[in-house]
Design a protein around this ligand. Structure first.
Ligand SMILES: C[S@@+](CC[C@H](N)C(=O)[O-])C[C@H]1O[C@@H](n2cnc3c(N)ncnc32)[C@H](O)[C@@H]1O
Length: 289
C-alpha cells in the first residue's frame, strides 16, 4: 500500500464510521505514523508504507473510529502557535481559549507598570500558563491544578517550551496554595475551570464525554460552582485594577456577571470569533497601578 492508497482507505473508513473530520484525521494519523508532514504526504503519494506503518495506521484509525480524539492519538495539540503535549490526563486545549491568552497579553502591554505576576488556575496541560510566560517578557506565572497527573504534563510542556524557570506549578484546590503566602500582588488571574452544567455532560460529543477528564468539565448545576468559590479568593490576590479572566460557555454571561459582587468588580463579557459568549473579564475595583 502506498501513501495515496492509505489516505483513500483511511478517509473512507472514518467516513463510514461517521467521523465528521474524516479527511483531515486520516491525513494527520498517516503523517504521525510516517513522520512525513501533511504537505509531504501529497508530494510523496507513490511512496510505499512499511508493514509496521500499515499496522500502526490501522490501529490508530480504529481507535479514532471509537471516538478517541486525534490529539490524544498523536499526543500533542497546537495552541497559540506552539505544540503542547497532551495525554488523557488533561483537557485538550481549545482554540476558543486563545481569546483568554490574547486578552491577558494585551493587558500587560497596555499596563507596562503593573507587576509581572500572573496566576493560572486549573492549568491542565499548562497551555495558558506557558503561552503567557512565552508572550510577556519577565512574567512570572503561578499555575495550579487539583490533578497531580495533569501537572506532570504541564511541567513537561513548560520544560519543552523553555519556560520552566518562569512557570511555577503547585497542586491544590483553586487558589488555596497561594493564599497562604501571597497578598494583593497579582496582576492577572486566568481561569479556565470546568464550566459545563452537570446536566449537559450526557449531551456532550462522544469524543469529549468518553475521553476527556470529567474533572476538567463538570461545573455543577449551572456550571458556575467553581467560579463562585474562586471569585472571593481571586479578590484577595489581585492588585486593585487587576483582572480575573474566566472562560465560560455560550449563555453563561449573565449568570457569571451576577456572581461578581458589584461593589468589588467591574464585569464585562467578551464573545469569541463565532459570536458566542466566551470570556468574563472582571476588573478588581480600586486605585490602578
Ligand atoms: C477545563 S480544564 C482547562 C485546562 C487548561 N487550563 C486549558 O485551558 O486547556 C479545567 C482544569 O481545572 C482543573 N480543576 C478542576 N477543579 C479544580 C479545582 N477545584 N482546583 C484546581 N483545579 C481544578 C482540572 O483538573 C482541569 O485541568
Amino acid at each position: 500500500m502506498n501513501i495515496r492508497e492509505a489516505l483513500v482507505k483511511g478517509r473512507q473508513y472514518l467516513k463510514e464510521q461517521q467521523i465528521d473530520s474524516f479527511q483531515l484525521d486520516a491525513q494527520v494519523l498517516l503523517s504521525q505514523v510516517t513522520g512525513i508532514d501533511r504537505t509531504g504526504l501529497f508530494m510523496r503519494q507513490e511512496q510505499p508504507l512499511t508493514p509496521q506503518q500499515q499496522e500502526k495506521y490501522q490501529i490508530l484509525l480504529e481507535r479514532r473510529a471509537q471516538g478517541e480524539p486525534v490529539a490524544y492519538l498523536i499526543g500533542r495539540k497546537e495552541f497559540m502557535g506552539r505544540d503542547f503535549v497532551v495525554t488523557p490526563d488533561v483537557l485538550i486545549p481549545r482554540p476558543d481559549t486563545e481569546l483568554m491568552v490574547e486578552t491577558a497579553v494585551k493587558f500587560f502591554h497596555k499596563n507596562s507598570s503593573c507587576p509581572p505576576v500572573a496566576v493560572d488556575v486549573g492549568t491542565g496541560s499548562g497551555a495558558i500558563a506557558v503561552s503567557l510566560a512565552s508572550l510577556v517578557q519577565e512574567l512570572q506565572v503561578y499555575a495550579i491544578d487539583l490533578s497531580e497527573a495533569a501537572l506532570k504534563v504541564a511541567r513537561q510542556n513548560a520544560e519543552r517550551l523553555g519556560m520552566k524557570e518562569r512557570v511555577h506549578f503547585q497542586q491544590g484546590n483553586l487558589l488555596e496554595p497561594l493564599l497562604k503566602t501571597m497578598g494583593e500582588e497579582v496582576s492577572i488571574i486566568t481561569a479556565n475551570l470546568p464550566y459545563v452544567p452537570s446536566g449537559d455532560i450526557p449531551t456532550l460529543m462522544r469524543d469529549v464525554k468518553e475521553f476527556e477528564p470529567h474533572l476538567a468539565l463538570d461545573g455543577g448545576p449551572d456550571g458556575l460552582d467553581l467560579y463562585r468559590l474562586l471569585i472571593p479568593q481571586a479578590y484577595r490576590l489581585l492588585q486593585p485594577g487587576g483582572l480575573l479572566l474566566m472562560e465560560i460557555g455560550p449563555g453563561q454571561g449573565t449568570g457569571a456577571k451576577k456572581i461578581l459582587p458589584a461593589g468589588q468588580w467591574q464585569g464585562t463579557v467578551l464573545k469569541d470569533l463565532a459570536g458566542r459568549e466566551r470570556l468574563v473579564l472582571a476588573e478588581k475595583k480600586g486605585e490602578h497601578f
